[in-house]
Design a protein around this ligand. Structure first.
Ligand code: ATP
Length: 508
């Protein structure tokens, strides 16, 4: 097991031990790729949702939010293309009996080559020192150029085969590249087959195909089918956006990596409707706005990167992903797509209803274009959690695990701790707690030695601990301890709330 894998395992067990994430139905041995959020997990998740909702709906006068139902008319998914084309190519390894997404096996292979390129760059940077020119090196070094050509060729072939649904060729590619099962090392593969990712069930009590409904695989379609409702009732003018946070369901073939790929997950999506012809301007705008949103979390910039799509889906004319460096490498966290008028047009056709915008300036009606930003809430949670998880050895040789969650997202904002359980300190502490709890989610804790209580708060990422001691009774001051630096300051009780609220500000 390498360091990253080991670290990832520790993060998963920490998340469980400290009430962030539990396997679903654990007493029945869990349900594959389904998870429950615990008492601290739900707080962190809600805080992320609020941060997104604020930055979309509250800060933009031309964006409104909705909350559409999970069940939708089955024709919605016919129109959107999900019934016919929301498939993944799957492949089984005959020896390990493990199932994989064929395209992901090839993509992982390409990522390995990419890692080799990065290694070459690092080596060269060390060798040449200050005179190193990375751009030139990437363009001229023979080994790197060969690696890059190899990636380009594989990627061309993979995406052409995916588009043409040429599964035999994807299988041939896996064989030619000698890709082995990551678990067993075996190259004994089945053929590649198609697999639709939508879950279905029956509406009402009659079990026949006419009542078949799907659990939505994305929240976006709930926005498209409500385009006219929102536009008319809100008297919205282009450009304007509709945002939504909600559950989505996908019967993922391979659902590993904890909450990165789940079968039930949450998305935060925003569809921004624009005048045809203006989509690239808005695509660029949202691409950078979204990156800015991520960077406000205080996680180093080097953890994020754009991955512009060279091969576009049939409905898109521009697309990029924001990738994050998870413990298992750079992976998609958010997608930003310019989806043209594909969705509204399709719903127009299938519903036989006119879905257009009347432009008061040009006196013309047209189907707007749309730029979509779509981010996984659970993946954002994982990004924050995996970055925040820190093991530290302190000056006295002891160790602590601390979650360095951005304070404004922390589940508990302050812990109120009487130094001892006597001499009137708990009563004084309770008074402070009763005042503070109207401003923030706080926690009162009087059990165990103060050091252990600090550790417990570090482990759930509480940014501030307020300690009430004997001096408090004399002069109404307390100590406030900051989580990351562990520095303690003596402050007056009256100033606690102000000091905390200042530190919880986000620099948008
Ligand atoms: P991937 O290629 O990783 O399967 P995708 O391209 O299918 O993702 P989109 O359809 O663009 O994903 O969905 C938008 C966002 O929803 C993704 O960027 C991701 O953050 C999140 N998401 C998608 N599928 C899952 C899942 N199974 N579990 C958790 N989050 C998901």
């Amino acid at each position: 097991m390498n360091n990253n894998e080991n670290n990832f395992k520790k993060i998963i067990s920490h998340a469980k031990e400290y009430g962030f994430i539990f396997p679903s139905s654990e007493i029945y041995d869990g349900l594959s790729a389904v998870y429950d959020y615990g008492q601290y997990g739900v707080e962190l998740k809600n805080n992320i949702k609020n941060y997104w909702w604020k930055s979309m709906v509250q800060f933009n006068e031309n964006i409104v939010g909705i909350d559409s139902a999970i069940f939708m008319h089955p024709q919605v998914w016919k129109a959107s293309g999900h019934v016919d084309a929301f498939n993944d190519p799957m492949i089984d390894n005959k020896d390990s009996k493990k199932r994989y997404r064929a395209d992901v096996l090839v993509e992982d292979y390409m990522e390995k080559i990419n890692t080799k390129i990065q290694k070459e760059v690092k080596k060269a940077a060390k060798r040449y020192g200050e005179s190193f020119n990375e751009k030139e090196f990437l363009a001229t070094n023979k080994r790197v150029v060969d690696y890059k050509t190899k990636i380009t060729n594989i990627s061309k072939r993979l995406y052409t085969s995916l588009e043409n649904q040429n599964f035999a060729d994807i299988k041939a590619l896996i064989d030619e590249l000698q890709i082995a099962c990551p678990i067993s090392g075996s190259r004994n593969w089945t053929e590649v087959r198609q697999f639709n990712l939508m879950f279905s069930t029956e509406l009402g009590s009659i079990n026949n195909n006419t009542n078949k409904v799907f659990l939505r695989p994305e929240t976006a379609q709930g926005i498209f089918v409500n385009f006219l409702n929102v536009q008319k009732s809100g008297r919205m003018k282009l450009p304007f956006g509709i945002a939504q946070i909600g559950k989505a369901f996908r019967n993922e073939i391979v659902a590993r990596q904890f909450i990165f790929r789940m079968r039930e997950f949450e998305q935060m999506e925003m569809e921004f409707f624009v005048k045809p012809g203006e989509e690239f301007k808005w695509f660029n705008y949202w691409k950078h706005q979204r990156m800015k949103w991520h960077k406000c979390l205080g996680i180093p910039d080097s953890k994020y990167r754009f991955h512009d799509h060279e091969k576009l889906a049939h409905y898109a004319n521009a697309a990029t992903d924001i990738e994050f460096e998870f413990p298992f490498g750079f992976k998609e966290l958010e997608g930003i797509h310019s989806r043209t008028d594909f969705d509204l047009n399709a719903h127009q056709k299938f519903s036989n209803k006119k879905i257009q915008f009347f432009d008061p300036e040009t006196k013309q009606s047209y189907v707007p274009y749309v730029v979509e930003t779509s981010i996984g809430l659970d993946r954002t949670f994982l990004a924050i959690l995996s970055y925040a998880y820190t093991e530290e050895t302190l000056d006295d040789g002891s160790e602590r695990v601390v979650l360095k969650i951005p304070p404004f997202l922390s589940p508990i904002k302050a812990a109120v701790l009487p130094l001892v359980k006597k001499d009137g300190l708990p009563e004084k502490a309770r008074k402070i707690m009763d005042k503070l709890k109207f401003d923030y989610l706080c926690q009162y804790d009087e059990k165990d030695a103060i050091g252990r209580r600090y550790r417990r708060q570090d482990a759930i990422g509480t940014p501030y601990c307020i300690t009430i001691d004997h001096q408090t009774l004399k002069d109404n001051t307390v100590t406030i301890r900051e989580r990351d630096s562990m520095k303690q300051e003596r402050i007056s009780i009256d100033s606690i709330s102000d000091i905390i609220s200042k530190k919880l500000k986000v620099n948008y």
